[in-house]
Write a protein that binds this ligand. Structure first.
Ligand code: FAD
Length: 523
């Protein structure tokens, strides 16, 4: 520049400064790089990770990834985006175990919540006692924490959350943004029914404490809110005394009506304090061409597998009812009898009842061993064209005939478990954002497919056919972990909850900054 004639020098300097400012305008978050709580990354490794998820189907590259070392870094980023003349979009990425890009932010900033877990200076999981006299405990958990760590930390105090997901290596913020369901939901409700207070960073960059009594609109909006209203910084989760071991039973059925009748009978005993109720109930469809042991857990004794496969072959597919009763030193002598009474009169195939006795942790963490096995074979990071549905009880027999016994058998491509189990609507808080069918008992059905990188479209076609079948037959399903392409579909999904959902977006994230990967307000 020194060698340029003076007027040319000024012209070049002027253009360089214009260029710099336009770069800063298109990347307005760069001003945050110098803040002590923020490590902003734009390198390919960070961008690649943030542009993929467990689904391996969607790829959307952010412009930067924030690795915060405290929640203040998140507050700064969001308030900076909100107050910027060009607001930019931001997504919290928990473990990225979504399957349709829900935790991505194309050309925006992804917050890598795992950095918060690694870098925070204050503990992320704190167990406290609300009333010593009654032993009421709760745990305050950072939204970035993994459920497996919550389990271990609470067990150290002899207490535990009561509502789980099948898989524990996902974050508290990620599951509370959806619902958080598993075999405990029929009795204890989903995870979103077990939160009593939260700290949330809203789309305006405000840190707000909320509960059913304080800032209740935000509280209910965020639970099941698909990340649209704020980032969960802390959740207070109710705890109960922890059992030490579980009796775990699986029974096989060839008759679907008998299978669902038994499931429904068992979940009708669902009082939280009711001693003669199960603690967990799920179910599966086992296909004739599949292995009875899926990656979910290995359960059936090897010596029994031939007879199970033979039963599945005779019937093309069979159904597996799975139940669990917890116990500890005090109930050890009675648990077998209690379970026997509960399972009396069930109509499973004679000779097809299998039992296990494992620790509470082994049971809750049952998916992990399968995950590690698949990882070692390079089969974990493959496409996962999943479809998760809630189906009203009144149409479950039609669903079996039209989907399991027609679409699934005819297409004959399903790989991975098909889960099916009922829950009680009364255990859900209708003020929360999660959408469920309008019947007291409804089923969750999960087609948890894995596929090769060049064949996931076949599974998408199958998913489409299932959705079309439900539409044509008037089965009023709701998607769980929903994904849609247009806002019209989202409006239909939310139904009577849409107006509240939309109004809350306007209140808590008026510039539509948060969780763009859900494609609700920016489809
Ligand atoms: P991400 O995928 O990272 O994020 C999901 C959404 O939440 C995104 O929109 C993201 O922006 C938002 N988000 C993330 N963190 C926060 C936060 N702190 N505050 C606000 N928003 C946030 N679900 C069940 O209910 N039951 C199951 O049994 C179950 N089993 C599963 C098993 C496996 C193997 C996998 C891969 C998923 C399973 N899921 C299950 C689904 C899982 O609960 C959701 O995909 C969940 O979102 C994953 O959590 P995550 O931390 O990976 O979230």
């Amino acid at each position: 520049n020194e060698n340029l004639p003076v007027p040319a020098y000024f012209i070049v300097t002027f253009f360089i400064s214009r260029l710099k400012s336009s770069i800063n305008k298109s990347k307005p978050w760069t001003a945050l790089t110098h803040q002590p709580n923020n490590h902003l990354r734009e390198d390919p490794e960070a961008l690649n990770l943030a542009s993929s998820d467990y689904g391996n189907i969607v790829k959307e590259t952010p412009a930067a990834v924030l690795e915060p070392s405290s929640i203040n870094g998140v507050v700064h980023l969001i308030s900076y985006a909100y107050n910027n003349s060009i607001p930019f979009q931001i997504a919290a990425r928990g473990q990225g175990h979504s399957v349709r890009g829900q935790a991505m932010a194309k050309n925006g900033v992804v917050i890598d919540m795992s950095a918060l877990r690694r870098n925070r200076k204050t503990p992320g999981i704190v167990v406290s006692c609300r009333r010593w006299t009654t032993g009421e405990f709760y745990v305050d958990v950072g939204g970035e924490q993994l459920w497996i760590d919550v389990l271990n930390a609470t067990l150290a105090h002899g207490v535990t959350p009561v509502s789980w997901t099948d898989y524990l290596y996902i974050t508290v913020g990620g599951t509370l943004s959806n619902g958080g369901i598993s075999g405990q939901s029929f009795r204890y409700g989903p995870q979103v029914s077990n939160v009593v207070e939260m700290d949330v960073v809203t789309g305006k960059g405000n840190m707000v404490t909320c509960s059913p009594k304080r800032n209740s609109e935000l509280f209910h909006a965020v639970l099941g809110g698909l990340g649209q209203f704020g980032i969960i910084a802390r959740a207070r989760v109710a705890l109960e005394p922890a059992p030490t071991r579980v009796k775990w039973v699986r029974m096989l059925y060839s008759n679907f009506a008998a299978f669902t009748k038994d499931q429904e009978r068992l979940i009708s005993l669902n009082g939280r304090k009711q001693a003669n109720a199960l603690n967990y109930l799920e179910g599966m469809v086992l296909l004739h061409h599949g292995s009875p042991d899926s990656w979910r857990s290995s359960f059936f004794p090897l010596s029994d597998q031939p007879k199970i496969i033979s039963l599945a072959n005779q019937n093309s597919l069979i159904y597996c009812l799975e139940v669990v009763k917890y116990y500890d030193d005090h109930t050890q002598s009675t648990v077998d009898k209690d379970l026997e009474v509960l399972l009396e009169g069930l109509n499973y195939e004679s000779g097809f009842k299998f039992k296990k006795d494992v620790t509470y942790v082994e049971f809750l963490n049952r998916v992990r061993s399968g995950e590690l096995k698949l990882q070692s074979k390079g089969l974990w990071d493959v496409p996962h064209p999943w479809l998760n549905l809630f189906v009203p009880r009144s149409r479950i027999l039609d669903f079996d005939l039209g989907v399991f016994r027609d679409i699934i058998l005819r297409r004959n491509i399903t790989k991975g478990p098909i889960l099916i189990y009922p829950m009680n609507r009364s255990k859900w808080d209708n003020r929360n954002s999660t959408v469920i069918p309008d019947e007291e008992v409804f089923y969750t059905i999960g087609f948890l497919n894995s596929s090769g990188f060049d064949e996931w479209k076949k599974f998408e076609e199958q998913n489409e056919e299932i959705l079309e079948f439900c539409g044509k037959s008037g089965i009023e399903i709701k998607q769980y972990l929903p994904h849609y392409k247009t806002q019209t579909q989202w409006i239909q999904h939310f139904g009577s909850k849409w107006t509240t959902f939309r109004d809350n977006k306007f209140k808590f994230d008026p510039k539509h900054i948060l969780s763009p990967g859900q494609k609700i307000f920016n489809s």
